[in-house]
Design a protein around this ligand. Structure first.
Ligand code: UGA
Length: 365
């Protein structure tokens, strides 16, 4: 890599950002502008990381960042499916409207833009360009299969797809040096939130299952949990992102799937693996139970689902000389240890508060 640079990571305080920032610092001699409304998940203590607690639409911020940082990684998003049909307008704004000025600023100033899109753009399942079912989702040959408009689940995919097309056009018809990343179900420590503790609503499936295990409640299986996902370790994923940053030439103008096709499991199988690993971690924990429920019961109307989602990662392997290493079973102990360390004390406090309130009610206090 060339001389010391400065790189901006927008969304640095989220799950992915909190892993990407230290990995970039370890690999490259670059200072980082780490921007987020909430930087809580990003470990403090590195002088090379300039923490900026701000919303992206704060006046002047995009100008300041793109003026100072030749490379910008954009991660900010509302990316939780429970929001797509309950707050669709916020989802469209966060994933499209508020990012348009960033794309335009990068195009105008000549910044390199590494933008995080989503595997959701492929929709309900993999199809080729003629609409015939295929096994894997491919960046350059798959068609997109979204549901009808009243299935609001697809607001997110649609907003993400439109921004991809804007970025592509700036690269094709202008001079924008971009790379678009499509992550496929990255999991690891610090993912999402626990409802009632540090967020509200339904988190993504890993955190939802950890919430159930930590509270001794049944793991909720939407429609019996027969949907399939391929899960990639955040460490394998971040390794690929560092390689993208290090390879501006070969990655320019490319869209890259990043996932682990070897970890293709049903959601029920994920739950069973997690429950088994949790029992090994905490032999005193109550035996895990499962509860099948309708998507409408968990998410309300407008939800829709992807039955099968397997990435073709041939291009990422070729361009990055990378390949994901970690099996699902190997990822789980670290994830469980992180959730237990972060949440068990908070859950114990919440339970004590509930007991105190019940005792006050019983004594008429
Ligand atoms: C989500 C996001 O929409 C994508 O942007 C993101 O790229 C992707 O996660 C990801 O993590 O990469 P999805 O895979 O549907 O997509 O997210 P989850 O909420 O984790 O759901 C996975 C599956 O588990 C779905 O079939 C869902 O119905 C099911 N589920 C979820 C349960 O059975 N129980 C739960 O408690 C939660």
């Amino acid at each position: 890599m060339g001389a010391a640079q400065r790189i901006a990571v927008l969304g640095a305080g989220g799950f992915l950002g909190s892993h990407i920032v230290p990995a970039l610092r370890a690999a490259l001699p670059w200072a980082i502008d780490a921007v987020d409304v909430n930087l809580g998940k990003l470990a403090p203590g590195d002088d090379g990381v300039h923490r900026i607690a701000a919303r992206l639409d704060e006046p002047g911020l995009i100008d300041e960042i793109t003026g100072r940082c030749p490379t910008v990684i954009s991660l900010t998003a509302l990316c939780n499916p429970a929001l797509y049909s309950t707050r669709p307008l916020d989802v469209i704004d966060a994933n499209y409207t508020e990012l348009l000025p960033l794309v335009k600023a990068c195009a105008a100033r000549g910044n390199r833009l590494i933008h995080f899109s989503t595997c959701e753009v492929y929709g309900r399942r993999a199809l080729d360009a003629a609409g015939q079912p295929t096994e894997e989702m491919n960046e350059d040959s798959s068609g997109f299969f979204l549901g009808p408009v009243h299935r609001e689940r697809w607001t997110y995919a649609c907003a993400k797809q439109l921004l991809e097309r804007v970025i592509w056009a700036h690269g094709q018809h202008g001079n924008l040096a971009f790379t678009i990343i499509r992550p496929f179900n990255v999991i690891g420590p610090r993912m999402d939130f626990l409802p009632g503790i540090d967020g509200e609503g339904v988190p993504r499936v890993l955190a939802s299952f950890m919430n159930a295990l930590l509270r001794g409640q049944p793991l909720p299986l939407v429609d019996g949990g027969q949907q399939r996902r391929t899960f990639i370790s955040v460490h394998d994923f971040v390794d690929a992102i560092v390689r993208v940053v290090e390879r501006p030439g070969v990655c320019r103008g490319e869209i890259l799937n990043l996932g682990n096709p070897a970890n293709d499991v049903t959601i029920r199988a994920l739950g069973e693996a997690l429950a088994g690993a949790f029992a090994a971690f905490d032999p005193d924990a109550p035996a895990a139970r499962f509860e099948s429920l309708s998507a409408e019961a968990l998410y309300g109307p407008g939800y829709d689902d992807t039955a099968l989602r397997i990435p073709d990662i041939g291009k990422a392997r070729r361009l990055l000389h990378w390949s994901p290493q970690t099996s699902l079973a190997a990822m789980l102990p670290e994830i469980i240890a992180d959730y237990v360390a972060r949440y068990r004390p908070l859950l114990d406090n919440a339970a004590n508060d509930d007991c105190d309130a019940a005792a006050r009610r019983a004594s008429g206090g």
